[in-house]
Design a protein around this ligand. Sequence first.
Ligand SMILES: N[C@@H](CCC(=O)N[C@@H](CS)C(=O)NCC(=O)O)C(=O)O
Length: 227
Amino acid sequence: MTDLTLVYLKMRALGEAPQMLMHHAGLPYTYQMAWDHFGMPWPEAKMQVPFRQLPMLVVDGDHQIAQSGSIMRFLAAHIGMTPADPVKAAQVDSIFEATQELFAPLNPTINFAVGDDFQAKRTAILEMLGPRMGDFDRIIEGSGGPFLTGDAPNYCDFGLFHHLDLAHALDARLLADRPRLSAFMGAMRDVTGMQDYLQARPELIEVGVKPQLVIGGKAVATGMMAD
Ligand SMILES: N[C@@H](CCC(=O)N[C@@H](CS)C(=O)NCC(=O)O)C(=O)O
């Protein structure tokens, strides 16, 4: 059994898809905030991480995997999800990479922006999301759905689910006119392990006003420092 520890910060962002995938695959893992993992504040620990940013997956205690995309590809390979055909593998990965492009400015805005800054970013992000959602809609149509590559989820689906789920904090009716993407979200929620994760993860509250995560019953500010 491989020992897996995901190290991240107080935010709902690049740590989501790896956790969804691990829950889906039934892979036990430990989630640690950076300051708990390193035993020091994050700014002091940064140099111990390959690219000074998180998430990082620690495998069997001493192998550090940085970069969220690399973490997802490792997990997919580890659970036998990566297609054996290199062309199919590259196609799945290209879709995953396109989902990764949704990270900024969407994730930082939802986790951190407030007031007028939040409102301005909200407008810009929703405009940007329109054509991007159109791309994923067409991909699902081409695959026959309900997932991006057909009738079973691959790691790219967990990436898309996370970003679209997060974007609902900008507009609860985000997918009202997109039945295929709505069906995709529903199908993802029904995937093995997803409900367990979605119900257990910290709730993100007061987006755009005073973003906080509810961890262990306590609302704490999103961020990179311990409380
Ligand atoms: N390309 C990286 C980006 C990672 C990244 O932007 N991490 C942010 C949090 S989402 C971070 O570590 N921020 C803290 C810092 O830079 O000190 C990845 O995909 O993992």
